[in-house]
Ligand binder design. Sequence first.
Ligand SMILES: Cc1cc2nc3c(=O)[nH]c(=O)nc-3n(C[C@H](O)[C@H](O)[C@H](O)COP(=O)(O)OP(=O)(O)OC[C@H]3O[C@@H](n4cnc5c(N)ncnc54)[C@H](O)[C@@H]3O)c2cc1C
Length: 280
Amino acid sequence: MDLNTVTEIRHPANADAITKWEKGYAWLAGGTWLFSEPQIDTHTLIDLDSLKWPSLRPSRDGLEIAATCKINELNQFVEKAPSEWSAVPLFRECCRSFLSSFKIWNSATVGGNICMSLPAGPMISLTGALEGVCELWPRGEKPRKAAVIDFITGNHVNILSPGELLRGIRLPASALKKIYAFRRFTLTQLGRSEVLIIGTKDPEKGDFLLTVTAATVRPIQLSFSDIPDADGLKRAIDDAVPFSLYLDDVHGSPEHRKHLTYYFTEQIRQELSSRNRGHA
Ligand SMILES: Cc1cc2nc3c(=O)[nH]c(=O)nc-3n(C[C@H](O)[C@H](O)[C@H](O)COP(=O)(O)OP(=O)(O)OC[C@H]3O[C@@H](n4cnc5c(N)ncnc54)[C@H](O)[C@@H]3O)c2cc1C
């Protein structure tokens, strides 16, 4: 779509070049959302591509994902990842969890998806479940960090202040070495996620982390020192997710999302109870 209110596109070599943030500025990542609907309040796009951040930096401590990393690059990383990172195949599951996945793979970025903060943001599901921490660069202030789970506060709402930039997300090696179970439901084959739930378990310590996304207006994470029994898990979900947090939109009713949340979390509980290594 032509954005006829946009009169300037800037290509800074570094983010500090944008010192003063004006109303009407917008960071431009893959542009898959920015160019998909009118942006009548935007007059200047600031292209993040020109910052030339390396997309993926694996180390012994974990994986640094630049906000500008394309979905396709993350998808391809699965082939190159260290073999002890048993959770990496989850990247592929989540990269395939976009509405009409293939159309936006080569343009959309991980950071753009997280900053959109939509309930069905699969990069939120992925990086939240793998205990990701966002590095944030506010304008004119010191960088700060926030867990991905705390970054999103509502449907299309997050903690970014005006002009604040998401620099990247760090996934700790300890989370990448976990085993996982993944469940997703969509009304149509390449549809928007109605429910996307990921469970992870530390194969040595046994602790269990459950991340509920798409079903709820913001991600919900439940942490257990061991896998609970079915009733304990259901009670924990009831405590953490009041009915008002289940999303109501054309992709699913709150009642159906709640039903699927119980249904899938019980499947995940059973799957991870019986496994100590590898992935499904
Ligand atoms: C066909 C189609 C299907 C889609 N399916 C889905 C889906 O299933 N789930 C879903 O969540 N979304 C979906 N989207 C919406 C959108 O395309 C994705 O959320 C995508 O990941 C956005 O990434 P982008 O890099 O293209 O962001 P852009 O469109 O470039 O930017 C999105 C927003 O984030 C801001 N932004 C981007 N990067 C940063 C940064 N590093 N720091 C601060 N702000 C930043 C921009 O200013 C803008 O406000 C879909 C869109 C289309 C057209």
